[in-house]
Design a protein around this ligand. Structure first.
Ligand code: NAD
Ligand code: MG
Length: 401
């Protein structure tokens, strides 16, 4: 009999949350759903909670609680409804929970993910912004509590799968003697890989969100178009695998079939391939160390025909360069990078700024963080302070012109 996991899914109504519940539903003998959370789409949350028999749901406020109650099917026993940001962290750390899927978008997901790590849970980490903002603190919490950290981001999941199995990979970062030379992160190049540079000024949010290979939430879709997403992933890989920046390379691979690679000292490169479907890394994390069915179809290599690779163009993707800069500058700059980007992307999605205003806003906030001599924050409160400061600076720049 497989071990039963009791799940808390933070951000269950998002793209990753929905894919997680899809995999979970295929294995009723392995998983039970303890808690689900959503910030919007409260009716969808009620539907999920009813279908998966959730014991607890977490909503943001009174209005959401009322919406949940209105949407709840009559006659069914009501789950416990918890409210507010603190409830996310408390539930993630609750004794009834064995595994936490951290799938809230943005730095808003940090407190819940960190609480799961501190409580020693199996942490399925999709929320890359948590590691970007708090890499040091987060990895220390994992080490100290004995939490089992499994990367869900497809690139990091691929690297995890390609690293040697000799060490306890779920706990230990890459040690220098494992023979690893470099991590090769693949990037699709997004919807604007071939768009004329002078047309980028006028692209719309819907165009930016029309990713050629993946169906994802709108924020990460814009991040994929600017390649800031890949920048966040370089920082994420740095922390997850204890790998210095100069040993992480980004390779553009438009088909999104090779999800990432590990290069060894002897010249071998190990890759993980699969359909671009997040249910594969999610199933890997849920079932680890066993392989379980994810519902993902076959990858027909002969039908695919070819796999292409190219070097990223830093002129087309200035956000990638800014991410390297931030990682070189330290934790304070990484917090600023992420917060500025969240505000700029939101401004773009709401039609307040143009697509091409995103990189200069981030650059300004990075300069601001350097000018303020932001030191490495040592607590969650300090991180959230820096994050809030950058959001104010970035919001001031989100004016149409
Ligand atoms: P999404 O926008 O589809 O869903 C986000 C979820 O977070 C929703 O349930 C939403 O209600 C909740 N949420 C949003 N703001 C919140 C807040 N302030 N407080 C609490 N909850 C909030 O996003 P997604 O595409 O599922 O991505 C989720 C995370 O996973 C992101 O960090 C993203 O970078 C990462 N990720 C996503 C994919 C993908 O394929 N979608 C791949 C790799 C990594
Ligand atoms: Mg990714």
């Amino acid at each position: 009999m497989p071990v039963q996991q009791h799940l808390c899914i933070l951000g269950s109504t998002g793209s990753i949350g929905v894919s997680t519940l899809d995999v979970v539903a295929r294995h009723p003998d392995r998983f039970s759903v303890h808690a689900l959370s959503a910030h919007s789409r409260i009716e969808a949350l009620a539907d999920q909670a009813a279908r998966h028999d959730a014991r607890v749901v977490i909503v943001p406020d009174d209005a959401a609680r009322t919406r949940f109650l209105t949407a709840w099917p009559a006659g069914r026993p009501l789950p416990e409804i918890r409210q507010g940001a603190q409830a996310l962290a408390d539930t993630a750390a609750a004794p009834e929970v064995t595994a936490v899927m951290a799938a809230i978008v943005g730095a808003a997901g940090l407190p819940g993910a960190l609480a799961a790590a501190q409580a020693g849970k199996r942490v399925l980490l999709a929320n890359k912004e948590a590691l970007v903002a708090a890499g040091n603190l987060f990895m220390r919490a994992v080490r100290e509590s004995g939490a089992e950290l499994l990367p869900i981001d497809s690139e990091h999941n691929a690297i995890f799968q390609c690293l040697p199995r000799t060490a306890d990979r779920s706990r230990a970062p890459t040690s220098p003697d494992e023979g690893v030379r470099r991590l090769l992160l693949t990037a699709s190049g997004g919807p604007f890989r071939r768009t004329a540079l002078d047309q980028l000024d006028s692209v719309t949010p819907d165009q930016a969100c029309a990713h050629p290979n993946w169906r994802m939430g709108r924020k990460i879709s814009v991040d994929s178009a600017t390649m800031l997403n890949k920048g966040l992933e370089v920082i994420e890989a740095h922390w997850l695998f204890a790998m210095p920046l100069e040993r992480i390379q980004v390779v553009v691979h438009p088909q999104s079939v090779v999800h990432s690679m590990v290069e060894y000292l002897d010249g071998s490169i190990l890759a993980q391939l699969g359909q671009p479907d997040m249910r594969t890394p999610i199933a890997f994390g849920l079932g680890y160390p066993e392989r379980i069915d994810s519902g993902v179809g076959l990858l027909e290599l002969a039908r695919l025909g070819r796999l292409d690779f190219e070097t990223p163009d830093l002129k087309r993707f200035p956000c990638l360069r800014l991410s390297f800069d931030a990682l070189g500058q330290g934790q304070g700059a990484c917090i600023a990078l992420n917060a500025a980007n969240e505000v700029a992307v939101e401004g773009f999605l709401r039609g307040r700024i143009r697509y091409t205003q995103i990189p200069p806003i981030i650059e300004h906030c990075l300069d601001d963080s350097v000018a303020h001599g932001m030191r490495t924050p040592s607590s969650l409160a300090e991180i959230l302070d820096l994050d809030a400061h950058t959001r104010r600076v970035a919001a001031g720049m989100c004016q149409p012109h």
